[in-house]
Design a protein around this ligand. Structure first.
Ligand code: ADP
Ligand code: MG
Length: 700
């Protein structure tokens, strides 16, 4: 039976060497099984036959009609050369047009015959017409209900050029599913099928291609989407299970002097309940003897850094060094500044290692790291280099993780003799469904509460033409002692152009807010690190009023006194980016503002993005809109994941199936973790068929 699925497509009627070659090269279809797995992306209702009178005034819909065709002849020359004919069905008439295959069509149209035509109605100068309709000569015993819902398959341009159309795929697939030996191995245990009243996998596949009615089509989709998501979750959970079995985790028994001293004497504010809860979750994890792999999600400004700080102290209390890795130098520098301040009166040694650390400094740091003198190492990708070796690494924090690739993360922990605990922090608000899909093998903690006293940021859209007005507003805010970020989009990713566009941006701003009365800091990605650090410091210490920057300040920068964020050409930014930028303000007790400056003409999605930003401050809500606008594959970092190339399920719309699939996968592994029981045999078989895909969030 699975022999059938493995059969080469050449075995099917209608597949000669040329077509076989085209199907292989264009769609990767080699076998009968591949063909069955090439799903239609929609169905057309071919049981309905329209009349010409019914479709008058319609546009852009696919319809099927029955009637006679009367050739008109060839018109026009060059690209406008076309063949036209009149279609009549007794209720009216309209024109059919062909631009290609004209001589073939001319011969085919026998004026006496009845035709069934199918195609898209377009409206041309107030009249309906149809270009390149599908044609079929009707026989006497024709019965429209025999056509029913007809699949439409995704095709490539290459296939269309070779005249391989949906119709051929339909014929081939029909051949397969009507074979008496067509039987697909069941991939779900019987009890799950019963529980959800699923149709069998064979039935689902048959109905997905050739549904007798819409209910059957829905049932087939529900079943097949569940299969996809169930196996995705099962693989995540197995990965996690294997990790727990194979890797021994360090045990952090005690809360010691470092933690207690800091917590009782130097904590600059009291923790929010959410911060306390997450800290507790971490403390539970690190006692179990299993390696922690935890994702900490929290909107921008929710206070993730302090949670990481306290967790790092826990590691020190148990005799282990820790490190914190940030995606940009600016962020690493900033963490070094704030952690340095927090640790000022503590007996803790903090060091910063980045790509621009001097050779001499670096050598010293590496020595102290190896002999255990450095307790906390903060840095960028530079931490991943071969010669960075810790004496006893116990805890790793990765900030703003969406910027790191799999390989990089995997390299980090090899630096410890025993796998350290890993805390991954992200402010990219990922909707719950996406988190379950992408990070299914991590434990997730959420900080869902902002520190007390924060006022929601007021966001407005302003057109370029009103610049004098909002410049006045900036002047007033600065007069009150506030500071302003002024962000320009990075036009080109080159040092010279970045600087140039920033400089002309600065000239424009300085026209309204002139020096020396107003003092400026500058920041762009390609600056020398020492300059970055000093520009950041000046702004942080309040020595400058306005920070003119590119999006390098997008991630993590923290200056609580800055209360206004202006983003020029805001329509060029994605939602996630705008939200990150806005998150730079609203960090203190003052009312903060975000001014999105746009041109007058916005694209549809540009308008929607700006509107969303103005409407809400809620990162999760924004992420949802982002997901709708861009689709899951486009979200930061998920593109390369491969996790999201689901064929049928769309996590934007199939949340309930995803949750059900996740729950069943959890229950199943709780019952039979190693899949040894008889009932698990369909799962064993299915997992054996396809090797585990690379999972993006895999950390160890
Ligand atoms: P993010 O989660 O975006 O990394 P940060 O850790 O940078 O946020 O915190 C944002 C700001 O809020 C910082 O100035 C931090 O010191 C402050 N903060 C964090 N937790 C609290 C709290 N519980 N109460 C008051 N302020 C806090
Ligand atoms: Mg942060």
């Amino acid at each position: 039976m699975s022999q059938l699925l493995d059969t080469k497509i050449e075995f099917l009627k209608g597949v000669g060497p040329l077509k076989a070659e085209a199907l292989k090269s264009e769609l990767g279809i080699f076998t009968v099984g591949d063909l069955i797995s090439h799903y239609p992306f929609r169905h057309e209702d071919r049981s309905k036959i329209y009349t010409v009178s019914e479709i008058q005034g319609q546009e852009d819909i696919y319809v099927q009609l029955r009637g006679k065709i009367f050739p008109q002849g060839i018109l026009g020359i060059g690209p406008a050369r076309r063949f036209t004919a009149t279609f009549r069905d007794g209720t009216g008439e309209f024109e059919l047009v062909w631009f290609k295959s004209i001589s073939y069509i001319e011969k085919y149209l026998n004026p006496g015959s009845f035709f069934l035509i199918h195609g898209k109605i377009t409206n041309y100068k107030g009249k309906i017409n149809m270009a390149h309709p599908e044609l079929e000569v009707l026989t006497d015993d024709f019965n429209p209900s025999s056509l029913g819902l007809t699949p439409v398959y995704p095709l490539t341009e290459g296939l269309k050029r070779k005249k391989i159309e949906s119709k051929l795929l339909t014929q081939l697939t029909k051949q397969i599913v009507t074979l008496p030996q067509f039987q697909v191995p069941e991939c779900l245990p019987e009890s799950i099928i019963q529980k959800f009243k699923f149709v069998s996998r064979t039935q689902a596949l048959t109905d997905l291609h050739f549904p007798p009615n819409l209910t059957c089509l829905e049932d087939a989709k529900r079943r097949l989407k569940f299969d996809e998501l169930f196996y995705l979750q099962l693989r995540h959970l197995q990965l996690k299970g294997n990790r727990n079995r194979v890797i021994t985790g360090l045990v952090f028994e005690q809360v010691g002097d470092h933690f207690n001293n800091f917590y009782n004497n130097y904590l600059p504010f009291s923790l929010t309940n959410a911060q306390k809860r997450v800290l507790k979750e971490i403390r539970v994890d690190v006692k179990t003897g299993k390696q922690m792999n935890r994702l900490l999600q929290g909107d921008v400004g929710s206070g993730k850094t302090m949670v990481a700080m306290l967790a790092m102290l826990l590691s020190l209390d148990n005799g282990y060094q820790t490190c914190l890795m940030a995606p940009t130098e600016i962020l690493a520098i900033q963490h070094a500044i704030s952690i340095g301040e927090w640790m000022e009166h503590m007996k803790v040694t903090v060091a910063l290692l980045t790509g621009s650390t001097t050779k001499k400094n670096r050598k010293e740091i590496l020595e102290k790291l190896a002999n255990g003198e450095i307790d906390i190492l903060i840095g960028t990708h530079a931490l991943l280099e071969e010669d960075v070796a810790f004496k006893k690494l116990g805890f790793v924090v990765i900030d703003e993780q969406h910027r790191f690739g799999v390989a990089q993360r995997a390299r980090l922990w090899k630096k410890g003799q025993v796998a350290p605990h890993i805390l991954v922090m992200t402010a990219t608000p990922i909707p719950r469904t996406l988190a379950m899909t992408v990070y299914g093998d991590l434990d997730v903690s959420v900080i869902d509460e902002m520190p007390a006293g924060r006022k929601p940021i007021v966001t407005v859209q302003r057109h370029e033409s009103t610049r004098p007005l909002f410049m006045d507003f900036l002047r007033d805010e600065i007069a009150k002692g506030r500071q302003v970020y002024y962000v320009f989009p990075l036009i080109e990713d080159s040092e010279k152009l970045a600087l140039k566009s920033l400089m002309s941006g600065y000239d424009m701003v300085a026209d309204y807010l002139p020096t020396p009365k107003f003092k400026y800091s500058f920041l762009h990605g390609k600056m020398k690190p020492a300059d970055k650090e000093s520009e950041m410091k000046k702004f942080k210490l309040g020595q400058t009023d306005i920070m003119v920057a590119t999006t390098v300040i997008e991630v993590g920068v923290n200056v609580p006194n800055a209360s206004v964020m202006v983003v020029e050409n805001a329509e060029r930014f994605g939602l996630a980016q705008l939200h990150q930028l806005r998150g730079r303000v609203g960090r203190g007790a003052e009312q903060s503002f975000c001014i999105l400056v746009t041109g007058d003409k916005l694209s549809e999605s540009g308008r929607k993005r700006i509107k969303t930003m103005v409407r809400t401050n809620d990162g999760f809500e924004i992420a949802k809109v982002d997901l709708e606008l861009r689709g899951p594959g486009e979200l930061d970092g998920t593109k390369q994941s491969g996790v999201l190339d689901l064929k049928l399920a769309d996590i934007r719309f199939d949340e309930s199936i995803l949750i059900a699939a996740r729950n069943e996968a959890v229950l199943w592994l709780e019952k039979d973790e190693l899949l040894m029981q008889e009932e698990s045999s369909p799962i064993r078989y299915e997992l054996g068929k396809t090797p585990n895909r690379t999972i993006w969030s895999k950390i160890s």
